[in-house]
Design a protein around this ligand. Structure first.
Ligand SMILES: O=P(O)(O)OC[C@H]1O[C@H](OP(=O)(O)OP(=O)(O)O)[C@H](O)[C@@H]1O
Ligand code: HPA
Ligand SMILES: [Mg+2]
Length: 179
């Protein structure tokens, strides 16, 4: 596994520090509100778990599973709901939590899907964003790190379902995915 990784992009310490900053902003913005955070499976599990624990605001948590990447390194653009929310979000303050916004196709689809259910508010928090890869413009309120347009793994992010459990974010050596 060691040789599959090219370099560490963000250490566990950098991730923790950024999540603490984002949590402080979210605490400020949602004071006195009844916040529902929605994690997008599977990539967002680590961000959800650590962000939720960094928040002081009481939240409820729900999950959606969508997939657009399959086993490859490119978004297919076709988003499938694998698991829908358990919660009716009409009238709720909803914050979508993502690990990464790459092309933006997943989130843009998710935003229009969830906004059609009539939430009181709908915002997005993502740990990572690749500005150079954007295919659609999305307004994202809470962004951890803007990163270069390279395929990354770790901290929830996979390549063919592997590497999600790495405690840091790293880039994959091109030989691993045939680059
Ligand atoms: O901005 P985009 O180009 O749409 O890419 C971002 C999405 O792709 C990844 O999910 P994926 O479909 O790989 O599912 P996973 O979370 O189960 O890995 C990631 O977790 C985001 O949800
Ligand atoms: O760079 C990435 N790595 C892993 N999964 C992803 N899904 C979108 N972009 C990425
Ligand atoms: Mg994936």
């Amino acid at each position: 596994m060691g040789t599959d990784l090219e370099k560490v992009l963000l250490s566990k310490e950098e991730i923790d520090a950024k999540l603490a900053e984002l949590a402080a902003e979210i605490d400020r913005d949602y004071q006195g509100k009844d916040l529902l955070i929605v994690g997008v499976l599977k990539g967002a599990v680590m961000v959800m778990a650590d962000l939720a624990r960094a928040l002081s605001t009481p939240v409820t948590m729900d999950w959606m599973a969508v997939s657009s990447y399959g086993a490859g390194t490119k978004s297919s653009g076709v988003v499938r709901i694998l698991k829908d929310l358990d919660t009716d979000i009409a009238g709720r303050d909803v914050l979508i939590v993502e690990d990464i916004i790459d092309s933006g196709l997943t989130l843009s689809w998710l935003l229009s899907n969830l906004s059609s259910r009539g939430p009181a508010s709908l915002q997005v928090c993502t740990l990572l964003r690749k500005p150079e890869a954007a295919k659609v413009a999305i307004d994202v309120k809470y962004v951890g790190y803007d990163i270069p347009n390279e395929f990354v793994v770790g901290y929830g992010l996979d390549y063919a379902e592997k590497y999600r459990n790495l405690p840091f974010v790293g880039t994959l050596a091109p030989h691993v995915y045939g680059g």
